[in-house]
Design a protein around this ligand. Structure first.
Ligand SMILES: Nc1ncnc2c1ncn2[C@@H]1O[C@H](COP(=O)(O)OP(=O)(O)OP(=O)(O)O)[C@@H](O)[C@H]1O
Ligand SMILES: [Mg+2]
Length: 270
C-alpha cells in the first residue's frame, strides 16, 4: 500500500511545524504513523525523542496498534492524550494545588452548581428566563453555556478578552443595528457572566476542569521568561486531533533544530 504524493510530502517534511488537514478517511492518521516510522528509521531519532498526542484514549491506543502493525517498536515511544500529557507537565512544573491534589473534574459535574446558582449569575433581560419552563430546559441551557465556555477555552480566550470585545460592540450599537446582531452581543455578554462565575467557583472549590489542564499548560509554555518554561524532552511532536484543531494544540509542536533548519516552535500560540 503506497502513500500518495501529498502523503509522502507530509511524511518526509522537515522544515518546521506542519498542519495536515484532509477529509474524513483520507489517510491523516496513516500519515502520522508513517511519519513516526520515517523519523525512527530514516532520521534515526530515538523513540523517546518523539511524542504523539491524540484526543482520546481510544485514539492513543489506535495509534500504538497501527504503529505495531507497521512493525515499529513502540516500547519507549510516548503516546498520550493531550490531557494526560498536560496533566504530567503541570504536575512537574506547576504550583497549582488542584493539579497537585489531582482535583480535576468533568464539566458535567458543574450542572448542579449552575442550576442552584442561576439567579446569581446576573443575567439581564436579554437572557429570557421565561423561555425556560422546566428544570430540564434549564439544565440543557446550563449545559450549553458550559459547553460555550469550553469552546472559548479551547481557543484560549479569557473572560476578560470576551468582555473587552462585548463592550466595544455594545458601544457601536445604534438604532440601525439589526436586532439579531444586538441579541447575539447581549447573549455573549451573558455568557461571559457565567464564565467568570464558573472560574471563580472552581477556584474557590480548588478544582479544575479538563480544559483548564490545556489552558494552564499553555500558560506555562508561553511564559515570556524562557528559563521558567518546561524544557521539551521530545524533538518531534505529532499531534492528532480528531474533533477540531484548537489553537493551543499547535503550541506544543516542537521541532528538532538540527533537522528543521534551526526553526524551533514551542511555547507560542502560533
Ligand atoms: N495511500 C493509501 N493507499 C491505500 N490505503 C490508504 C492510503 N492511505 C490511507 N489508507 C487507508 O485508508 C483507511 C483510512 O485511513 P486513515 O485512518 O489514516 O484516515 P483518516 O484520515 O485518519 O480517517 P479519519 O478521518 O476517520 O480519522 C485506512 O485503512 C488506511 O490504511
Ligand atoms: Mg484518523
Amino acid at each position: 500500500m503506497d502513500l500518495n504524493k501529498e502523503q509522502k510530502a507530509a511524511v518526509t517534511y522537515d522544515k518546521g511545524p506542519l498542519l495536515v488537514s484532509a477529509g474524513p478517511g483520507s489517510g491523516k492518521t496513516r500519515v502520522i504513523a508513517e511519519r513516526v516510522k520515517f523519523l525512527i528509521e530514516k532520521k534515526k531519532l530515538k523513540q523517546t525523542q518523539i511524542l504523539c498526542l491524540t484526543f482520546g484514549n481510544a485514539g492513543a491506543e489506535a495509534m500504538r496498534a497501527r504503529l505495531e502493525e507497521m512493525k515499529v517498536d513502540t516500547t519507549d515511544l510516548q503516546i498520550s492524550t493531550y490531557h494526560s500529557f498536560c496533566n504530567n507537565i503541570l504536575r512537574d512544573y506547576s504550583i497549582n494545588s488542584a493539579v497537585a491534589a489531582g482535583r480535576i473534574v468533568k464539566r458535567s459535574s458543574f450542572l448542579v452548581w449552575g442550576l442552584e446558582n442561576i439567579d446569581s449569575f446576573g443575567f439581564d433581560e436579554w437572557f429570557d428566563l421565561t423561555k425556560i419552563s422546566s428544570v430540564s430546559h434549564t439544565a440543557v441551557l446550563i449545559e450549553k453555556l458550559i459547553d460555550g465556555i469550553s469552546t472559548f477555552k479551547d481557543e484560549l480566550i479569557t473572560p476578560e478578552e470576551i468582555s473587552q470585545y462585548v463592550n466595544k460592540e455594545l458601544a457601536k450599537i445604534t438604532a440601525n443595528t439589526p436586532i439579531e446582531k444586538e441579541q447575539s452581543i447581549h447573549e455573549l455578554d451573558n455568557l461571559v457572566k457565567i464564565y467568570k462565575k464558573y472560574d471563580e467557583y472552581k477556584r474557590k472549590q480548588g478544582v479544575l476542569d479538563f480544559d483548564d489542564l490545556i489552558v494552564l499548560t499553555n500558560e506555562l509554555l508561553a511564559n515570556p521568561k524562557k528559563e521558567a518554561r518546561p524544557k521539551p524532552s521530545s524533538k518531534y511532536i505529532q499531534t492528532h486531533p480528531n474533533r477540531r484543531v484548537p489553537r493551543q494544540q499547535l503550541c506544543t509542536v516542537c521541532i528538532d533544530k538540527k533537522i528543521s533548519n534551526k526553526r524551533k516552535c514551542y511555547g507560542s500560540r502560533r
